[in-house]
Design a protein around this ligand. Structure first.
Ligand SMILES: [Zn+2]
Ligand SMILES: [Zn+2]
Ligand SMILES: [Zn+2]
Length: 318
């Protein structure tokens, strides 16, 4: 619309100004400076393709991103985790060097592994099985083994591209296929779909509720747009999220808690609601599947998570 058309009453629905990445990549956008800086510090400075990037090669980085976009964007999430750990490691190391500046030998012999482990700590809890072992198999796959091999090869391909872009010798363990497989597996098993409602829906309702005369005037402009969009006007923005604490919760077919219905979620926070009184020290469980399904169907669905459910309900029904 070339910026020439201003929708009636759109001032009532002000969107925040968008801030672009401070590294100059023109690929990452934020709701404000605070978010832009936090992302830069924690993840993006190593994964930015702009001029301020601290990647080894922004060209190689672009190749890695392109490969992920063409094959599986779960690799982008994995790269974020690796970048997060490397950046944390570098910060710890810097702090450590400052502390014992006058005794270099001591640093050499002691800093290396403990600091990587410390940097790795926040993601360690989600680390359970390799991607190619826990990936859900599409229904039309006959040879499960060769499918899993293909998935493993794809991860290897992606990892080679990532290595060319951000490899750090001191953080070598992070670049093994074993670790990469576990990081991707963590997202494969624990990610939750997030839904954020289209802001256009609220606007259309607002116009609809206007007094008759105002509505008539406003609809002269909004009606053609709405007609052109058809049902698409209410399409939600979909995303995916990883909540480390929630991902630690075990499954039960008779859970004592449940996830807040994501369809109603607007702020991207994870909320767990108790279904009954939970005693202090009692394990909190949620259901990974529809727990109302018959026993056999539940067990089949839970196969993707790599365990046989032995919860009270399954024990009774087995
Ligand atoms: Zn933000
Ligand atoms: Zn950037
Ligand atoms: Zn069960």
């Amino acid at each position: 619309m070339n910026g020439g058309l201003k929708l009636p009453y759109s001032d009532e629905f002000k969107l925040p100004d968008v801030v672009s990445c401070i590294g100059g990549c023109k690929e990452a956008y934020y709701c404000g400076n605070e978010c832009a800086e936090a992302d830069w510090e924690a993840y993006h400075s190593l994964l930015c393709t702009g001029e301020r990037s601290s990647a080894l090669s922004t060209k190689a980085l672009s190749k890695f991103v392109q490969h992920a976009n063409e094959t599986n964007d779960i690799f982008l999430l994995a790269a974020k985790v690796i970048s997060f750990v490397i950046l944390r490691y570098r910060k710890f190391k810097e702090a450590r060097l400052g502390e014992i500046n006058d005794d270099h030998k001591k640093i050499r012999s002691s800093y290396n592994n403990p600091l990587i482990m410390k940097a790795w700590e926040p993601v360690a809890m989600g680390h359970k099985s390799r991607w190619w072992e826990c990936i859900s198999l599409p229904d039309d796959v006959d040879d499960k083994c060769s499918y899993r091999m293909q998935v493993k090869e794809l991860a290897f391909e992606s990892l080679q591209l990532l290595k060319k872009a951000i490899y750090d010798e001191e953080c070598e363990p992070l670049f093994s296929l074993e670790i990469y497989g576990h990081i991707i597996g963590m997202f494969e098993q624990n990610n939750l779909d997030l839904v954020v409602q289209s802001p256009l829906g609220d606007y259309i309702l607002y116009i609809d509720d206007l007094p008759q005369n105002d509505k008539k005037v406003a609809e002269k402009l909004t009606r053609p747009i709405l007609d052109a969009l058809g049902d698409d006007y209410s399409i939600c923005c979909q995303g995916t999220a990883f909540f480390p604490l929630q991902s630690c919760m075990n499954h039960s077919c008779r859970p004592n808690a449940k996830e807040f219905n994501r369809e109603q979620d607007r702020d991207g926070e994870a909320t767990i609601i108790a279904l009954e009184h939970i005693k202090k020290g009692e394990e909190i469980t949620i259901s990974y599947i529809d727990e109302e399904l018959p026993f056999e169907e539940r067990q089949l669905l839970l196969e993707d998570y790599g365990f046989v459910c032995k919860c009270p309900k399954c024990s009774e029904e087995a």
